[in-house]
Design a protein around this ligand. Structure first.
Ligand code: EPU
Length: 336
């Protein structure tokens, strides 16, 4: 079913809670609805897919159509010897999907507990946390190509997943609307506890069970990341920069405690949160916006902020990090 809203307020549709409006918002719950929305002769030139609105910053009125999938079905497609293939519609809350898997003793999503957003948004930026990424469990992605007016399916390899990257942010940007995602979840125990304090947090809860891992991840996230219901934010505002090893080794000589994560032979990833923190900006406030006091990677709205205020703070953060370390950090958040 399609529902249409005109001149719709966006405050509750974006986790930053900026007060902008959209000319039109359309919600749909069946993939066939898209054929009607994009029917021939029906011009829809400026549209954007809105998931949970957790990774988006509106800087002005959106003069087009926001298309929001709201279908929430989760279906088991195949029950195999050691794994299960599950298809979830794009409108399922990501954390409901993780909870569903943990309740059924299926492994693979537990480290991704409590990431805000929807199933349909997960492949776009290949969401990740605590050493796991959505790409590790995605089997295939179903989407509607609004240019070709056709439904398609893409296998994991074709999605070209990388750190916070996929084909949906590039070639298929402005074309694809993800309608559902199939996941492969494992029936056998496959814990991945290598990241930070995760192993310690799990141990404190007893045995290595799916439930204990999920609880540990939720507790670490709650202790660091602000609740969007209380303080508007979009999670990590910046991506962790990937730099050449020469660059990180040079910095490491000066800053012994700087976190460095290897990504390939030549490159490694630095912690943008650490860089911002060391640049003296953790807890920095500018009007209605600020750098979160417990996690410098997160910019927050103390209430009533406009998108422009957030942008101006993010530019200051980028400049300071560039000045101090010579490193450029780029937003992870989509700016509209
Ligand atoms: N750090 C600081 N000060 C800070 C923040 C971080 O010194 O204010 C240091 C930490 O002590 C740690 C390092 O920087 O040594 C990395 O910090 P953390 O483990 O908290 O993770 P992160 O790199 O800041 C990434 C993801 C998060 C994800 C966490 C946990 C990105 C951009 N962010 O953050 O994802 O939850 O790892 O795996 O990759 C998101 O994408 O919205 C998000 C929250």
């Amino acid at each position: 079913m399609i529902k249409e809203y005109i001149n719709h307020p966006l405050r509750d549709l974006n986790s930053f809670h900026v007060e902008e409006r959209a000319e039109r918002v359309i919600t749909f719950d069946q993939k066939e609805d898209l054929e009607q929305i994009f029917a021939e002769g029906h011009t829809l030139d400026n549209w954007y897919v809105l998931g949970g609105g957790n990774n988006i910053l509106f800087t002005r009125r959106f003069g087009g159509t926001l298309i929001k999938p709201v279908g929430k079905n989760i279906t088991i497609k195949a029950n195999l010897d050691d794994s299960v293939i599950v298809e979830a519609e794009a409108g399922v809350e990501w954390d409901d999907m993780v909870e569903w898997s943990v309740e059924r003793e299926l492994w693979g999503m537990e480290n991704l507990s409590l990431i805000p957003g929807t199933v349909g948004a997960a492949p776009v930026q290949n969401i990740g946390a605590y050493g796991a990424e959505a790409k590790d469990v995605i089997e295939r992605v179903h989407y509607y190509d609004a240019k070709e007016r056709r439904h398609h399916t893409m296998g994991n390899a074709e999605c070209r997943f990388a750190y916070r990257e996929s084909i949906f942010k590039h070639e298929l940007r402005g074309k694809a609307i993800i309608t559902s995602v199939e996941f492969r979840l494992s029936k056998s125990q496959q814990p991945s506890l290598g990241y930070g304090d995760l192993a310690k947090e799990v141990e404190a809860r007893g045995r290595v069970t799916l439930k204990n891992i999920r609880e540990a991840v939720c507790s670490i996230r709650r202790s660091k990341l602000p609740d969007t219901a209380v303080l508007g934010n979009a999670g990590s505002f910046f991506k962790n920069p990937i730099v050449n090893k020469d660059v990180s080794e040079r910095l490491k000589q000066e800053y012994e405690n700087m976190p460095v994560y290897p990504v390939s032979e030549q490159n490694c990833k630095l912690a943008a949160g650490w860089l911002i923190d060391q640049a003296g900006l953790k807890g920095y406030r500018q009007g209605n916006v600020g750098v979160h006091e417990r996690q410098a990677l997160v910019l927050v709205n103390f209430g009533g902020a406009t998108g422009e205020e957030v942008i101006s703070l993010s530019e200051l953060v980028r400049e300071r990090v560039k000045e101090k370390f010579g490193i450029t950090i780029d937003p992870e958040v989509n700016i509209l």
